[in-house]
Design a protein around this ligand. Structure first.
Ligand code: THU
Length: 154
């Protein structure tokens, strides 16, 4: 079984974030994952109560795949809401049901993006990860996900 650390139950989420997580999970259907079959969606919770979602976008080259977290961050930058980000939600589900839940955890590239966003906002952003059909997930902060990160000093 995958190690669950910083475990949190869905029902322990703040009510707004719980409803945001449901919206993130509805957006799983928009994932473009013809190669892995793993649908991933991310949601950036904004200070004004709104949510900016992103989904993974796989490339036929495999290596140029963009994860859901970075898609959401780039989208929030483009729509002018990046300064309002206060938390990150991530959810995943298999396109074809029946496969085992693996450890759901942001990749190294996304950890770097989240660390840099945290630095920009001067907030140690919380990152919540949940499988679509599981009640328990994880809550970790940007600095827990990537301690001693490189960040701009200019
Ligand atoms: N993926 C994400 O979008 N976010 C994560 O946190 C983990 C991995 C995507 C990338 C790829 O499209 C698929 O999941 C399988 O690795």
């Amino acid at each position: 079984a995958p190690a669950i650390f910083a475990m949190i139950l869905r029902r322990e989420l703040p009510p707004l974030y719980r409803s945001h997580l449901e919206e993130v999970e509805r957006s799983l259907l928009r994932s473009h994952c013809p190669h892995s079959g793993l649908q991933v969606a991310a949601g950036l919770c904004l200070e004004n109560g709104q949510l900016v979602t992103g989904v993974n976008y796989e490339s036929d080259s495999y290596g140029l795949t963009l994860c859901a977290e970075r898609t959401a961050i780039a989208r929030a930058q483009a729509n002018g809401s990046i300064e309002l980000v206060r938390a990150v939600l991530v959810s995943a589900d298999w396109k074809i049901p029946g496969q085992q839940a693996l450890t759901l955890s942001p990749c190294g590239a996304c950890r770097q993006w989240i660390a840099e966003l945290s630095e920009r906002l001067a907030i140690n952003l919380p990152v919540y990860c949940f499988w679509k059909d599981l009640p328990e997930g994880s809550r970790r902060t940007a600095s827990e996900l990537l301690p001693n990160s490189f960040a701009k000093n200019y």
